[in-house]
Design a protein. Structure first.
Length: 94
């Protein structure tokens, strides 16, 4: 993470892409990053992550099974066939 990257991460804790995108429409990609969790990724798939990245957001994909893994900072990454150039820390973006 560079000094100019946003430090705020907005959790998209929704069960559908429509709900998540309604919030995303109100956000500025230069002021925050987004977190997509397991429930949303399962319902919306990698297409949602691509749509968010296309809107210039950096996206953290959290597919962990337990809260403890998230707290310990072990990000889950999308497999390479979803996004081959994922950044090391688990964020996807341009």
């Amino acid at each position: 993470m560079s000094a100019t990257d946003p430090r705020v991460i907005v959790a998209l804790d929704y069960s559908s892409a429509e709900e998540a995108l309604a919030l995303v429409e109100q956000l500025n990609s230069g002021q925050c990053r987004l977190k997509v969790g397991k429930e949303l990724f399962t319902s919306a798939g990698p297409q949602l992550v691509k749509a968010l990245v296309d809107r210039n957001f950096k996206v953290f994909l959290d597919l962990s099974n337990t809260h403890q893994q998230h707290v310990l900072g072990e990000p889950s990454l999308v497999s390479s066939h979803h996004r081959g150039d994922a950044e090391r820390e688990g964020f996807f973006g341009k």
